[in-house]
Design a protein around this ligand. Structure first.
Ligand SMILES: O=P(O)(O)OC[C@H]1O[C@H](O[C@H]2O[C@H](CO)[C@@H](O)[C@H](O)[C@H]2O)[C@H](O)[C@@H](O)[C@@H]1O
Length: 292
Protein backbone atom coordinates (compact mmCIF):
# COMPACT_ATOMS: atom_id res chain seq x y z
CA UNK A 1 0.00 0.00 0.00
CA UNK A 2 1.40 3.42 -0.90
CA UNK A 3 1.38 6.22 1.67
CA UNK A 4 -1.60 8.53 1.25
CA UNK A 5 -1.10 12.17 2.28
CA UNK A 6 -4.77 12.37 3.41
CA UNK A 7 -4.43 9.46 5.81
CA UNK A 8 -2.91 10.30 9.20
CA UNK A 9 0.16 8.37 10.23
CA UNK A 10 -0.67 5.32 12.36
CA UNK A 11 1.16 7.02 15.26
CA UNK A 12 -1.74 9.52 15.34
CA UNK A 13 -4.23 6.86 16.52
CA UNK A 14 -5.77 8.25 19.76
CA UNK A 15 -4.31 6.59 22.82
CA UNK A 16 -7.81 5.79 24.16
CA UNK A 17 -8.32 3.34 21.28
CA UNK A 18 -6.69 -0.09 21.41
CA UNK A 19 -3.80 -0.12 18.95
CA UNK A 20 -3.72 -2.87 16.33
CA UNK A 21 -0.64 -5.03 16.66
CA UNK A 22 0.16 -5.13 12.92
CA UNK A 23 1.33 -2.31 10.60
CA UNK A 24 -1.53 -3.08 8.16
CA UNK A 25 -4.01 -2.92 11.01
CA UNK A 26 -2.66 0.43 12.23
CA UNK A 27 -2.77 1.78 8.69
CA UNK A 28 -6.38 0.62 8.30
CA UNK A 29 -7.49 2.15 11.59
CA UNK A 30 -5.82 5.42 10.59
CA UNK A 31 -7.67 5.30 7.24
CA UNK A 32 -10.99 4.72 9.01
CA UNK A 33 -10.31 7.63 11.38
CA UNK A 34 -9.37 9.90 8.45
CA UNK A 35 -12.38 9.14 6.23
CA UNK A 36 -15.02 7.33 8.31
CA UNK A 37 -17.67 8.31 5.77
CA UNK A 38 -15.96 5.94 3.29
CA UNK A 39 -15.59 3.04 5.73
CA UNK A 40 -17.67 -0.14 5.89
CA UNK A 41 -17.93 -1.70 9.37
CA UNK A 42 -18.93 -5.38 9.10
CA UNK A 43 -19.64 -7.48 12.16
CA UNK A 44 -20.39 -11.10 12.88
CA UNK A 45 -23.24 -11.78 15.34
CA UNK A 46 -22.79 -14.84 17.61
CA UNK A 47 -19.56 -14.64 19.59
CA UNK A 48 -18.82 -11.10 18.35
CA UNK A 49 -21.89 -8.94 19.09
CA UNK A 50 -23.56 -11.59 21.28
CA UNK A 51 -22.05 -13.75 23.99
CA UNK A 52 -22.01 -17.50 23.32
CA UNK A 53 -24.69 -19.32 25.32
CA UNK A 54 -25.69 -23.02 25.39
CA UNK A 55 -29.07 -22.45 23.67
CA UNK A 56 -28.90 -20.42 20.40
CA UNK A 57 -32.52 -19.34 20.90
CA UNK A 58 -31.41 -17.50 24.07
CA UNK A 59 -28.54 -15.59 22.43
CA UNK A 60 -28.99 -11.81 22.48
CA UNK A 61 -26.85 -8.87 21.42
CA UNK A 62 -24.55 -7.67 24.18
CA UNK A 63 -26.40 -5.02 26.29
CA UNK A 64 -24.28 -2.18 24.87
CA UNK A 65 -24.25 -3.37 21.26
CA UNK A 66 -27.21 -1.47 19.84
CA UNK A 67 -26.11 1.79 21.49
CA UNK A 68 -22.61 1.35 20.06
CA UNK A 69 -24.00 0.76 16.56
CA UNK A 70 -26.32 3.78 16.88
CA UNK A 71 -23.32 5.94 17.84
CA UNK A 72 -21.23 4.61 14.96
CA UNK A 73 -23.84 4.48 12.18
CA UNK A 74 -24.05 8.18 11.26
CA UNK A 75 -20.28 8.46 11.06
CA UNK A 76 -19.43 5.59 8.72
CA UNK A 77 -20.53 4.68 5.19
CA UNK A 78 -22.37 1.61 6.40
CA UNK A 79 -22.67 -0.99 9.13
CA UNK A 80 -23.44 -4.55 8.06
CA UNK A 81 -23.97 -7.59 10.26
CA UNK A 82 -22.77 -10.69 8.37
CA UNK A 83 -23.95 -13.86 10.06
CA UNK A 84 -24.59 -17.57 9.64
CA UNK A 85 -27.99 -17.03 11.22
CA UNK A 86 -31.09 -16.47 9.11
CA UNK A 87 -31.17 -12.68 8.66
CA UNK A 88 -34.54 -12.34 10.41
CA UNK A 89 -33.30 -14.28 13.45
CA UNK A 90 -30.22 -12.06 13.80
CA UNK A 91 -32.43 -8.96 13.51
CA UNK A 92 -34.74 -10.32 16.22
CA UNK A 93 -32.02 -11.49 18.61
CA UNK A 94 -29.99 -8.36 17.98
CA UNK A 95 -32.93 -6.02 18.58
CA UNK A 96 -31.97 -4.23 15.35
CA UNK A 97 -35.41 -3.48 13.84
CA UNK A 98 -37.08 -0.09 14.23
CA UNK A 99 -34.18 1.47 16.11
CA UNK A 100 -33.83 5.22 15.47
CA UNK A 101 -30.32 5.72 14.16
CA UNK A 102 -30.06 2.25 12.64
CA UNK A 103 -32.27 3.17 9.69
CA UNK A 104 -29.63 2.01 7.19
CA UNK A 105 -28.42 -1.14 8.90
CA UNK A 106 -27.99 -4.17 6.63
CA UNK A 107 -27.97 -7.77 7.87
CA UNK A 108 -26.56 -10.40 5.52
CA UNK A 109 -27.84 -13.73 6.82
CA UNK A 110 -27.05 -17.36 5.96
CA UNK A 111 -23.44 -16.36 5.22
CA UNK A 112 -24.63 -13.71 2.76
CA UNK A 113 -27.37 -15.64 0.93
CA UNK A 114 -30.07 -13.53 2.62
CA UNK A 115 -30.24 -9.76 2.93
CA UNK A 116 -32.34 -7.73 5.34
CA UNK A 117 -32.24 -3.96 5.29
CA UNK A 118 -33.71 -1.61 7.84
CA UNK A 119 -35.12 0.68 5.15
CA UNK A 120 -37.56 -1.92 3.82
CA UNK A 121 -37.62 -4.17 6.88
CA UNK A 122 -37.77 -7.19 4.57
CA UNK A 123 -35.54 -10.15 3.79
CA UNK A 124 -34.46 -10.90 0.22
CA UNK A 125 -33.33 -14.43 -0.46
CA UNK A 126 -32.86 -16.89 -3.33
CA UNK A 127 -35.04 -20.00 -3.78
CA UNK A 128 -34.26 -22.73 -1.23
CA UNK A 129 -31.74 -25.43 -2.23
CA UNK A 130 -33.58 -28.77 -2.78
CA UNK A 131 -30.85 -30.66 -0.92
CA UNK A 132 -31.93 -29.12 2.38
CA UNK A 133 -35.28 -30.95 2.36
CA UNK A 134 -33.55 -34.26 1.60
CA UNK A 135 -31.03 -33.74 4.40
CA UNK A 136 -33.82 -32.75 6.78
CA UNK A 137 -35.48 -36.11 6.16
CA UNK A 138 -32.31 -38.18 6.62
CA UNK A 139 -30.48 -36.31 9.36
CA UNK A 140 -32.22 -37.80 12.45
CA UNK A 141 -31.49 -41.31 11.16
CA UNK A 142 -27.81 -40.51 10.61
CA UNK A 143 -27.47 -39.02 14.11
CA UNK A 144 -29.19 -42.05 15.66
CA UNK A 145 -26.32 -44.24 14.45
CA UNK A 146 -23.90 -42.48 16.81
CA UNK A 147 -23.64 -42.66 20.59
CA UNK A 148 -22.63 -39.00 20.50
CA UNK A 149 -26.22 -38.25 19.48
CA UNK A 150 -27.04 -37.85 23.19
CA UNK A 151 -27.11 -34.16 23.95
CA UNK A 152 -26.61 -33.12 20.34
CA UNK A 153 -29.57 -31.47 18.66
CA UNK A 154 -30.66 -30.06 15.32
CA UNK A 155 -31.25 -26.35 14.80
CA UNK A 156 -33.84 -25.84 12.04
CA UNK A 157 -32.64 -22.84 10.03
CA UNK A 158 -34.96 -23.06 7.04
CA UNK A 159 -32.28 -22.80 4.34
CA UNK A 160 -29.91 -25.00 6.35
CA UNK A 161 -29.72 -27.38 9.30
CA UNK A 162 -27.19 -27.10 12.09
CA UNK A 163 -26.14 -29.94 14.40
CA UNK A 164 -25.02 -28.53 17.76
CA UNK A 165 -22.77 -30.49 20.13
CA UNK A 166 -22.24 -27.86 22.87
CA UNK A 167 -24.71 -29.62 25.16
CA UNK A 168 -23.39 -33.16 24.51
CA UNK A 169 -21.60 -34.96 27.35
CA UNK A 170 -18.32 -34.57 25.44
CA UNK A 171 -18.94 -31.69 23.00
CA UNK A 172 -15.61 -31.89 21.15
CA UNK A 173 -15.74 -35.69 20.79
CA UNK A 174 -19.29 -35.48 19.43
CA UNK A 175 -18.20 -32.76 16.99
CA UNK A 176 -15.28 -34.89 15.73
CA UNK A 177 -17.38 -38.08 15.51
CA UNK A 178 -20.12 -36.42 13.47
CA UNK A 179 -17.99 -34.34 11.13
CA UNK A 180 -17.26 -37.11 8.61
CA UNK A 181 -20.74 -38.67 8.44
CA UNK A 182 -22.41 -35.27 8.18
CA UNK A 183 -19.97 -34.31 5.44
CA UNK A 184 -20.98 -37.42 3.48
CA UNK A 185 -24.68 -36.74 4.00
CA UNK A 186 -24.28 -33.12 2.90
CA UNK A 187 -22.26 -34.06 -0.19
CA UNK A 188 -24.85 -36.65 -1.30
CA UNK A 189 -27.40 -33.85 -1.55
CA UNK A 190 -25.20 -31.10 -2.98
CA UNK A 191 -24.66 -29.31 0.34
CA UNK A 192 -21.50 -28.50 2.30
CA UNK A 193 -20.66 -28.72 5.98
CA UNK A 194 -19.77 -25.42 7.63
CA UNK A 195 -17.96 -26.11 10.90
CA UNK A 196 -18.27 -23.61 13.73
CA UNK A 197 -18.08 -23.36 17.49
CA UNK A 198 -19.33 -26.83 18.46
CA UNK A 199 -21.71 -26.78 15.52
CA UNK A 200 -21.73 -28.50 12.12
CA UNK A 201 -24.03 -26.79 9.67
CA UNK A 202 -25.29 -28.47 6.50
CA UNK A 203 -25.93 -25.67 4.04
CA UNK A 204 -25.94 -24.82 0.31
CA UNK A 205 -22.60 -24.00 -1.32
CA UNK A 206 -21.79 -20.93 -3.40
CA UNK A 207 -21.86 -18.19 -0.79
CA UNK A 208 -19.66 -17.37 2.16
CA UNK A 209 -18.91 -14.36 4.33
CA UNK A 210 -15.92 -13.45 2.17
CA UNK A 211 -17.97 -13.26 -1.03
CA UNK A 212 -20.66 -11.33 0.83
CA UNK A 213 -18.21 -8.84 2.34
CA UNK A 214 -16.26 -8.21 -0.87
CA UNK A 215 -19.51 -7.61 -2.77
CA UNK A 216 -20.73 -5.21 -0.10
CA UNK A 217 -17.47 -3.23 -0.02
CA UNK A 218 -17.67 -2.90 -3.84
CA UNK A 219 -21.35 -1.91 -3.70
CA UNK A 220 -20.55 0.90 -1.23
CA UNK A 221 -17.38 1.86 -3.14
CA UNK A 222 -15.75 1.89 0.29
CA UNK A 223 -12.21 3.13 0.84
CA UNK A 224 -11.64 1.10 4.00
CA UNK A 225 -13.20 -1.79 5.87
CA UNK A 226 -13.31 -3.15 9.40
CA UNK A 227 -14.37 -6.77 9.93
CA UNK A 228 -14.88 -8.37 13.35
CA UNK A 229 -15.50 -12.08 13.88
CA UNK A 230 -14.85 -14.99 16.21
CA UNK A 231 -15.50 -18.26 14.39
CA UNK A 232 -14.25 -20.44 11.53
CA UNK A 233 -16.97 -19.10 9.20
CA UNK A 234 -15.38 -15.66 9.60
CA UNK A 235 -12.10 -16.82 8.07
CA UNK A 236 -13.57 -16.32 4.58
CA UNK A 237 -14.24 -12.68 5.47
CA UNK A 238 -10.70 -12.37 6.81
CA UNK A 239 -9.39 -13.72 3.49
CA UNK A 240 -11.55 -11.20 1.60
CA UNK A 241 -10.10 -8.31 3.64
CA UNK A 242 -6.57 -9.63 3.07
CA UNK A 243 -7.28 -9.72 -0.68
CA UNK A 244 -8.86 -6.24 -0.71
CA UNK A 245 -5.69 -4.90 0.89
CA UNK A 246 -3.67 -6.02 -2.14
CA UNK A 247 -6.07 -5.07 -4.96
CA UNK A 248 -5.92 -1.85 -6.98
CA UNK A 249 -3.11 0.67 -7.03
CA UNK A 250 -3.04 1.26 -3.26
CA UNK A 251 -5.23 -1.54 -1.93
CA UNK A 252 -8.21 -1.04 0.37
CA UNK A 253 -7.08 -0.69 3.99
CA UNK A 254 -8.73 -3.36 6.13
CA UNK A 255 -8.76 -3.89 9.89
CA UNK A 256 -9.23 -7.48 11.07
CA UNK A 257 -10.67 -7.64 14.58
CA UNK A 258 -10.91 -10.92 16.49
CA UNK A 259 -13.43 -11.44 19.25
CA UNK A 260 -11.16 -13.88 21.05
CA UNK A 261 -12.10 -17.18 22.67
CA UNK A 262 -10.29 -20.32 23.75
CA UNK A 263 -12.52 -22.28 21.34
CA UNK A 264 -11.22 -20.82 18.07
CA UNK A 265 -7.54 -19.79 18.03
CA UNK A 266 -7.38 -19.60 14.21
CA UNK A 267 -8.66 -16.03 13.95
CA UNK A 268 -6.40 -14.54 16.63
CA UNK A 269 -3.38 -15.66 14.61
CA UNK A 270 -4.49 -13.57 11.62
CA UNK A 271 -6.12 -10.61 13.37
CA UNK A 272 -4.74 -7.08 13.60
CA UNK A 273 -6.59 -6.47 16.83
CA UNK A 274 -7.44 -9.14 19.40
CA UNK A 275 -10.24 -8.26 21.81
CA UNK A 276 -11.59 -10.30 24.71
CA UNK A 277 -15.06 -11.30 23.47
CA UNK A 278 -18.26 -9.37 22.68
CA UNK A 279 -18.01 -7.00 25.67
CA UNK A 280 -14.62 -5.79 24.47
CA UNK A 281 -15.80 -5.60 20.83
CA UNK A 282 -18.73 -3.41 21.86
CA UNK A 283 -16.39 -1.26 23.99
CA UNK A 284 -14.09 -0.82 21.01
CA UNK A 285 -16.96 0.15 18.66
CA UNK A 286 -18.19 2.72 21.22
CA UNK A 287 -14.71 4.19 21.63
CA UNK A 288 -14.27 4.29 17.85
CA UNK A 289 -17.56 6.15 17.45
CA UNK A 290 -16.40 8.75 19.98
CA UNK A 291 -13.24 9.39 17.97
CA UNK A 292 -14.83 9.75 14.56
O1 LIG B 1 -22.05 -16.21 11.95
P1 LIG B 1 -22.50 -16.15 13.37
O2 LIG B 1 -23.34 -14.96 13.67
O3 LIG B 1 -21.35 -16.25 14.34
O4 LIG B 1 -23.41 -17.44 13.60
C1 LIG B 1 -22.80 -18.73 13.61
C2 LIG B 1 -23.69 -19.73 14.31
O5 LIG B 1 -24.04 -19.17 15.56
C3 LIG B 1 -24.95 -19.88 16.40
O6 LIG B 1 -24.25 -20.91 17.05
C4 LIG B 1 -23.25 -20.42 17.93
O7 LIG B 1 -23.84 -19.61 18.95
C5 LIG B 1 -24.75 -20.34 19.85
C6 LIG B 1 -25.37 -19.32 20.79
O8 LIG B 1 -24.40 -18.66 21.53
C7 LIG B 1 -23.96 -21.44 20.56
O9 LIG B 1 -24.83 -22.18 21.41
C8 LIG B 1 -23.32 -22.37 19.52
O10 LIG B 1 -22.50 -23.33 20.17
C9 LIG B 1 -22.46 -21.57 18.53
O11 LIG B 1 -21.97 -22.41 17.48
C10 LIG B 1 -26.15 -20.38 15.63
O12 LIG B 1 -26.91 -21.26 16.41
C11 LIG B 1 -25.80 -20.99 14.29
O13 LIG B 1 -26.98 -21.23 13.55
C12 LIG B 1 -24.94 -19.99 13.52
O14 LIG B 1 -24.65 -20.51 12.24
Amino acid sequence: MGSNPHVPAPSEIPSELPTPTTPLGREALAAILARPDRAVVALDFDGTLADIVPDPEQARAHPGAVDALVALAPKVASIAVITGRPAGVAVRHGGFAGVPGLDHLVVLGHYGAERWDAVSGTVHAPAPHPGVAAVRAELPGVLDRFDSWHGTWIEEKGRALAVHTRRAADPQAAFEALRGPLGELAARHGLIVEPGRLVLELRPPGMDKGVALAQYVRELDAESVLYAGDDLGDLAAYAAVEKLRTEGPDGTPGLLVCSGSAEVPELAERADLLLNGPGAVVGFLSALAQHL
